[in-house]
Design a protein around this ligand. Structure first.
Ligand code: ADP
Length: 555
């Protein structure tokens, strides 16, 4: 004996296992993503990520601002007069109005210091100029060697022709101003006669021109209405002041969200950045909300997919079950009449039956059973032709009343013998119809046989044929078990049988009504049902008197 391994899931209906196999991982994925998103939200990871991004932007901006400062100073330095030409300092300042002071030191007590001539009318500026001249002169007199060495080594290391030094507290009147000094070795300086030169950009220039322009250049663009990538704004402020010294044009106030100290060229200044019209917290909230929405949409999609798959798979499974029921029903239906025919034929063959009445009865049983067999086989053959698209009808002008009468005639006796009250109402003067006689007769017989099969207690069968407007209606009425409303459409589908125990105790293949519908539709007509459980059913075949599209139908 082969022992099968124990697999409990095998016992579950396959659809259940299928749903479980797909739903569980999908649900786990959605829940895990939701939990992860919550974790990200709680840990402010998106905020941190945006801040990191802004810090990088600031680092890049600082590098570009520094490069720009060198570019501007080096291009001025290129036109700076040589040591022998210190008189030309005034001309140099005239051609460089952005520079506040310029000087050349050529040895002890030999400092030529000039300031922007047209600003000298301002007493504070004049005083500042005088003070700087003395201080720088004195300073170089003492430390010139050290300064020259610093400038030279910077040039050698960085390839820059100027060396910047910031003076954050140059006094202008009673106010400290930020000034940026560019030092270099002037033309004409020699080891024997070392010289040092330089010029200074003052706070006015840095505030009004340099920073606004350069901030505009380095600012990354943002979307006008893109809440995830808003326009960014940058500021530059002095270390000890909160109000920005300069800001990019789009700055709308507030305080920067991320800041960075200027490392090299502008010590004492701080570069700041923030998104316009929003905050990092808002952006992060927006991103999280969006992620949750996407997750929600995905869950909906998965749900919809599951419902779709469930419906598809269950209808496939239902069809497979109907087919297997069909095979067992049909084999049973074939076997019963065959067994009866064989039994009665063998009995007759043995010759033990003496009474003529009994003979007659046995012959009749054999005839009826073979007729049942024929009608079942005809149904199956018709069905397979329809399925293969090979069913053909041959239409002939027919007196339908005559067709119905003669079809019922051969069954009347049997119906009445079964204890049925049989009522037949066939109107006269019906117009002739062009029909396939055999097909219409088979439809009628299918309906009659159903009425007989599905009448448990009250045995009544009515067949009515009458004209209604442009149609001829053929009604088959019973007072049997009836059909629930929700099943009334399905019974016309192939293999379908109502899941009622009363139906299941009755043999059937589930093909009859699907054939009736096909036949009637091929005649340009329709088949309808009116029924209530426990009250009986009425099937109506509606055939059009004149069908303009009437033609030989090949299904
Ligand atoms: P079957 O071989 O099962 O009778 P049909 O296609 O003729 O197949 O009918 C489909 C189903 O419709 C039946 O199984 C039965 O449930 C239901 N049905 C058909 N006719 C009647 C009727 N007159 N009364 C009650 N139920 C009916």
């Amino acid at each position: 004996m082969v022992k099968l391994p124990f697999r409990p899931w095998r016992k579950q209906p396959p659809i259940f296992v299928f749903m479980l196999a797909v739903t569980l991982p999908a649900a786990a994925l959605v829940i895990a993503s939701g939990v992860y998103l919550r974790h990200i939200q709680r840990g402010k990871m998106i905020d941190a990520e945006i801040q990191r991004d802004y810090r990088e932007t600031l680092a890049i901006a600082e590098k570009r601002i520094t490069d720009r400062a060198f570019e501007i100073a080096e291009s001025a330095q290129a036109t700076f007069p040589g040591v022998d030409d210190s008189d030309a300092l005034d001309d140099f300042l005239k051609t460089h109005p952005d520079i506040a002071h310029a000087f050349i030191w050529t040895g002890k007590d030999s400092m030529t210091f000039r300031s922007q001539p047209d600003r000298m009318s301002d007493p504070d500026f004049r005083a500042e100029s005088r003070k700087l001249a003395t201080e720088l002169g004195g300073w170089f007199d003492i430390d010139s060697e050290e300064h020259i060495a610093k400038v030279k080594s910077f040039e050698a290391a960085e390839g820059r022709r100027v060396f910047f030094m910031a003076e954050p507290h140059v006094m202008r009147g009673d106010k400290p101003v930020y000034e940026l000094f560019a030092y270099f070795i002037p033309r004409g300086s020699s080891p024997d006669h070392p010289a040092l030169a330089g010029f200074a950009y003052d706070e006015d220039y840095l505030r009004d021109k340099f920073f606004p322009r350069v901030l505009y250049e380095v600012l990354p663009g943002g979307g006008q209405n893109d809440p995830m990538h808003p326009q960014l704004a940058m500021t530059v402020r002095k270390e000890k002041e909160q109000t920005p010294l300069a800001a990019s044009v789009c700055w709308d106030g507030g305080i920067p969200e991320v800041e960075r100290d200027f490392m090299g060229v502008f010590p004492g200044l701080i570069l700041g950045i923030r998104p316009q019209g929003t905050t990092i917290a808002d952006i992060s909230r927006h991103i999280t909300r969006l992620a949750f929405m996407v997750l929600g949409a995905l869950s909906l999609l998965i749900g919809a997919g599951m419902i779709f798959a469930y419906r598809n798979v269950s209808s496939e499974l239902a069809l497979a079950k109907l087919k297997s029921d069909f095979v067992s029903n049909v084999s049973h239906e074939l076997r019963t009449p065959l067994a009866l025919i064989r039994l009665y034929a063998e009995t007759l063959e043995l010759g033990r039956i003496s009474s003529a009445d009994k003979h007659q009865e046995y012959y009749e049983i054999i005839r009826k059973e073979s007729e049942r067999l024929t009608s079942l086989i005809n149904n199956i053959l018709d069905f397979s032709r329809i399925e293969a698209g090979k069913k053909e009808y041959s239409f002939r002008e027919t007196d339908v009343a005559d067709l119905v009468r003669s079809t019922l005639e051969s069954y009347r006796f049997e119906i009445e013998q079964n204890g049925f009250q049989f009522e037949q109402k066939i109107d006269n003067n019906l117009p002739p119809l062009s029909v396939d006689r055999e097909a219409i007769a088979r439809s009628l017989l299918n309906l009659v046989s159903n009425a007989v099969k599905y009448s448990a207690g009250r045995k009544y069968l009515g067949v009515h044929l009458y004209r209604r407007n442009e149609n001829v209606n053929l009604e088959v009425v019973d007072h049997g078990i009836g059909i629930p409303a929700k099943e009334q459409l399905k019974i016309f589908e192939k293999f379908y049988r109502v899941g009622d125990p009363l139906v299941h105790n009755t043999k059937g293949s589930g093909l009859g009504l699907s054939l009736v519908r096909h036949i009637v539709q091929a005649h340009g007509g329709q088949v309808a049902v009116e029924s209530a459980p426990g009250h009986g059913s009425k099937f109506i075949i509606i055939l059009p008197v004149k069908n303009p599209d009437f033609q030989q139908v090949s299904a």
